[in-house]
Design a protein around this ligand. Sequence first.
Ligand code: GDP
Ligand code: CA
Length: 307
Amino acid sequence: MRIVALAGGIGGARFLRGVQHAYPDAELTVVVNTGDDTTLYGLRICPDLDTVMYTLGNGIDEERGWGRQDESWRAKEELALYGSPTAWFGLGDRDLATHLRRTQLMLGGQSLTEVTATLCARWQPGATLLPMTDSQAETHVTVVEDGQRKAIHFQEWWIKHHAALPAEAITLVHHGDLLPAPGVLEAVEAADFVLLPPSNPVVSIGTVLQVKGIREALVDKRVVGVSPIIGGAPVRGMADACLAAIGVETSAEAVGRHYGSDILDGWLVDTADVGVTVPGVEVRAVPLLMTDLETTAAMARAAVDLA
Ligand code: GDP
Ligand code: CA
């Protein structure tokens, strides 16, 4: 069985662990959001790629849901003591090595796709991880701060401001056509079906869908999505602030309708949201809380059954 999944960070990564547990023989390709990526201190940082890589490679900090287990924060503390204006960004000492190595390889001329494969040789995630694109594309958020309207990087809005400044717009900024990374469209083409894990519908899945050709490729595929919204609220994080920015209500029904029958064939919602309808899409309700690996594997089976 060949499966392609689009993914952001924690929601995507945890769900994919369930997919691998339920279908150990499946050939899994993950197309990962890179709109959250940033350059700090000269280091290229790819939060969603790292979250998926560490989670599937058993190196993630389970409680935090991002970064490395057994982490320490000495470099970050030192940066704060220097008064670094970006010391709010969570850079753990072990995690730093990933960014250092990625940057070293990229300065040597490798593409992000090639670098990701090199980093994954260590982590053995059991899946092919592909960045959505090898080009730079950054999610910017338009906010008003101290009476002044400005666009800030997604990470500044999400981490420094905890998404508390109302977002007037969320924009993926790039030059010219945003082309998919090598292998992305080929993987979708070869897949038996595509899964949309319970990742953020705006700044994770929504970003991947803006890459040229990906949305079109999904129209011809069987696609099943899993709702990140249960009972009118995100399970974790601040997806409601992102949905508000694009004028979509925070509910499993509204997110399913936002993806729509162009993309979706099936939509999984939680049992708390039984009765949700999306025109032209088969909706099923199953427990969607990823409390442990068995529950998550059951979610994956329900998604694959629906596909
Ligand atoms: P991020 O890039 O780390 O924010 O990660 P994602 O975009 O992949 O995932 C964030 C989304 O995962 C949030 O909108 C959460 O609501 C969702 N999420 C987290 N845990 C669960 C869970 O146990 N069940 C469901 N259904 N969604 C979850
Ligand atoms: Ca992310």
